[in-house]
Write a protein of this length. Sequence first.
Length: 269
Amino acid sequence: MPYKTFFTFGAALALTCLSLTTLEAKVVTRTVEYRQDGTVMRGFLAYDDGLKGKRPGVLVVHEWWGLNDFAKDQAAKLAGLGYVALAADMYGGGVTTGDREEAGKLAGALRGKPELLRVRAQAALDFLAADPRVDPKRLAAIGFCFGGTTVLELAYSGSDLAGVASFHGNLPSPQAGDLKRLKARILVLHGADDPHVPPADIAAFEQAMRQAGADWQMVFFGGAVHSFTNPAAGDNKAAGVAYDARTARRAWRYMQEFFREIFAVKGRD
């Protein structure tokens, strides 16, 4: 009986300590500034302040709308999984838009200058790697639509990344010499019915990965089209753009497993 009493008290004490730890830990978010060749960039940093020691860092690259709430929410979710996440500002000055024509112009200005796209993404990654909570030897990047294109370009540049994950992004062609520099493992999460990425682009991407001898995966989600992760995309399959909650959940789980592998840690569910 004394043993049973002691065990019950000890279990209760452990549960109390666990509860206190859970309550004390929280995801901290804040706007941060960094520079790329004199241009002020306003990113969004997220981390769990209840965790001790260095942990992997994950760069998040926004859709063509700019660093909006959706991109920030993804960074906060990653922080909840135990990573330090930085949602990058690819346009400078924290510019965002809800207008499709303006978004096309903003994204197009960088897509037409792949070197600028790469150095802006690298500037954000360098800022993340310098954070005292981050293990600079364990870095990854994820991106959505325009951001998916960006993280592939970052990988092509030879950036020192463990891996990149592209959610419904376009598949840019590597430049001369890129395939020799590629270090990152690559995960592409793609809507099988996405009309915005031609079959020829998919075939060219696959061939480039084979030529590079890369460690790559491409997952096709049946019935999904472009922008399947973002609730704001609505349901306009006729235009090839629609949110798909089930596919979004599945893709996020694929990303989590990918991170567990490349970082060699269990991570949180």
